[in-house]
Write a protein that binds this ligand. Structure first.
Ligand code: 87F
Length: 556
């Protein structure tokens, strides 16, 4: 398998030709990416218009692209298609998550590590069965300078094959267990499918945890502990509700034993999205890589360790943007906002005296100082040459949770005026109370964002017990909970039966876009209700009894 995946030795002229072609393709991709970022609205390139030019409801894909670009989260890396630059606005959020998660797993006893980014064809060979399906996504380095490498190396798409040979070396005794390492890195998967900032990129940031345990039970406990941390990142930090559950056989990590997952929901298109996965690998990899310890109960007997792996990627940021953003741009939950409060000076005119201006600036500096000491990440916008209205739009575009407006009229009343980014609600707070009221308001915003997103997910997660109602439910932007036998072939069939093709349109004269079939998202740990005795699998072509309600949907 690895030989087939590794490129064969190429002649010099073939290399030249390949280089030329690659250059051409890169130029074409750069041009396409440039065009993709610059649709035209009203005769103006949307790049040249500062705000968002389409509504979230009318054109969700373009809305999303404009938000991540204009809020300065992402830049397209036009040199090579499918790659994105993550700008400071993105990295701030990622680092909040990283710090929080690092502290949590440290408390569980996980250590930090860093392994090389390259894989040899030989180590891939060891896990060839599971790599087979992923082979088309492997990126290979074939040259160093102008010389072909004797053995090409692959860029890691994930690190099992990089790490586990060393687990075999380092884990000797049951006293070495549990053995737990985590690394924060980037991985490369050369996606053939269309790429989308954060959700699907050819290189992305993630953390990957890889652990080994003595027993299935101990491994299983950790799988759930980690899953709960992932759920908390979504719910408590990003204000995004998720459903915890187990993947079906079709959707689990093929190399593992079972996969648990947190699943999100995008209201704008009704699609489900996998949020993060925590796998129990069973003894599959420990057998492949010979990771064993002596049985503590029986001298001389060796047992294969039980392994887990778990990962969460920068995809989380895309999900957050899609859920909270609105027609004015990004909406950031306060806990991940680098600037939580922006103070915009107002009411200064040409006739304001220098003295009054100076006094106003001092008052703003004082407000800022008070908020900073109360632990609120605050900044003031003293940019010259921009109107307050322009500044309001700019900070709204960038998602700052709370705007404080302060002018002579506010000063006269000893208050600040505020506007919430999420609801637009406006009000005033006495200056003497901002040190307590502003942090409270930020907490309220955080909570309200979650509550709103949760209501939307709850409303669009519907139990369907009549097959005829499945497609209408999907078309109404729902994900569905259906009685399901959990059969692998049956799941394929369900996908097939829910995919509508052109020629199946009820009126063949009306062109209809084909619609995506549904796949299983997870078997929720929390079932919507008890399955009635003898309930049949909902697939009309399936005879089996249902094992559980399973959440299906169109998905990313
Ligand atoms: C793409 C190319 C090659 C996913 C791939 O989920 C290999 C793979 O093994 C591959 N895409 N996977 C599964 C990754 C499993 C697992 N690894 C550690 C995780 C979490 C972190």
């Amino acid at each position: 398998m690895a030989d087939a995946a590794a490129p064969a030795e190429q002649s010099k002229s073939a290399m030249k030709k390949a280089e030329k072609e690659a250059k051409k393709a890169a130029e074409k991709a750069a041009k396409a990416a440039k065009q993709a970022t610059m649709p035209v609205v009203g005769g103006k390139k949307t790049d040249d218009i500062i705000g968002i030019t389409v509504s979230k409801a009318d054109n969700f894909p373009q809305w999303y692209q404009e938000v991540v670009l204009k809020a300065e989260m992402i830049e397209y890396y036009t040199e090579i298609s499918g790659f994105f630059i993550m700008r400071p606005a993105t990295m701030y959020i990622w680092n909040v998550i990283r710090k929080w998660f690092t502290a949590e797993i440290e408390a569980l006893g996980v250590d930090e590590t860093n392994f090389p980014m390259f894989l040899s064809a030989k180590s891939l060979e060891k896990e060839k069965d599971h790599v087979e399906g992923f082979a088309p996504e492997l990126a290979w380095v074939t040259k160093a300078g102008d010389k072909n490498l004797e053995v090409p190396v692959a860029v890691r798409p994930t690190s099992e094959a990089v790490m586990y040979p060393y687990y075999s070396k380092w884990i000797r005794s049951h006293r070495d267990l549990p053995f737990r390492l985590n690394q924060w890195n980037s991985v490369v998967r050369w996606e053939a499918k269309q790429t989308t900032p954060f959700l699907r990129a050819r290189e992305f940031l993630w953390q990957e945890g890889h652990t080994a345990h003595l027993t299935e039970k101990l491994a299983g406990e950790e799988v759930l502990q980690i899953l709960e941390l992932y759920a908390r990142i979504y719910e408590e930090i990003l204000a995004v509700p998720v459903v915890r559950g187990k993947k079906t056989e079709n959707e689990k990590f093929a190399g593992g034993y079972y996969t648990t997952t947190v699943e999100g929901y995008i209201p704008s298109n009704g699609r489900g999205i996998q949020g993060a996965t925590s796998h129990c690998l069973g003894q599959n990899f420990s057998k492949m890589f010979d990771i064993t310890v002596e049985d503590p109960a029986e001298k001389g007997k060796h047992i294969n360790v039980w392994q887990n792996s778990w990962g969460l990627s920068t995809r989380v940021i895309g999900v957050m943007v899609m859920i909270h953003g609105d027609d004015k741009g990004l909406v950031l939950p306060p806990r991940i906002a680098k600037i939580q409060v922006i103070i915009v000076p107002v009411g200064i005119t040409k006739s304001t005296t220098e003295e009054a201006k100076a006094a106003h600036a001092t008052q703003i500096a004082d407000i800022k100082k008070t908020l900073l000491s109360a632990g609120v990440r605050t900044d003031e916008d003293q940019r010259e040459g921009y109107t307050p209205a322009w500044k309001f739009n700019d900070w709204e575009l960038k998602g700052v949770p709370l705007r404080i407006e302060f002018g002579p009229k506010d000063a006269a009343k000893d208050v600040v005026s505020y506007a919430r980014r999420d609801t637009g609600e406006k009000g005033t707070i006495p200056i003497a109370e901002i040190n307590t009221k502003v942090p409270e308001l930020l907490e309220t915003i955080q909570k309200d964002l979650y509550t709103k997103a949760k209501a939307s997910f709850d409303e669009h997660r519907v139990v369907v017990e009549d097959w005829e109602k499945v497609i209408p439910a999907l078309d109404a932007k729902n994900v569905v909970l259906i009685p399901f036998c959990q059969g692998e072939k049956c799941e394929d069939k369900i996908k097939d039966l829910t995919t509508t093709k052109h020629d199946e349109s009820p009126d063949a004269s009306v062109p209809q876009a084909p619609s995506m079939g549904m796949k299983s998202l997870c078997i929720p740990f929390e079932q919507p209700k008890e399955l009635a005795e003898g309930t049949k699998c909902l697939n009309p072509e399936c005879e089996a009894t249902a094992k559980s309600y399973t959440m299906f949907g169109r998905s990313y």
